[in-house]
Design a protein. Sequence first.
Length: 100
Amino acid sequence: MGDISRSKLALYRGSSAIIQSVVLGLKPIYLKIHNELTIDVLYGATGGREIVSSIEEFESTLLKNTNIDAQKELIEFCKNVYTNLDITILEDILCARGVK
């Protein structure tokens, strides 16, 4: 968590670590590679992130102000991506299979 707590933005590709980064307040910037399938884990979000494919676009993004409403919406989106682990479900499956 050290890097996240010292950062304001996160440049990412296909890592699900961006979900926690967004929840902790970082601005996500997706690096899109031309002629590749998109592997953006935030593809379903309607806003709150930037998409860049060059150094110039990245530098331009750094100068943009953050849309607070879009950021809040993206944080809520990320909070809903994962559900909390219900350990009793795993225990029930293991017990049903005879694993102690």
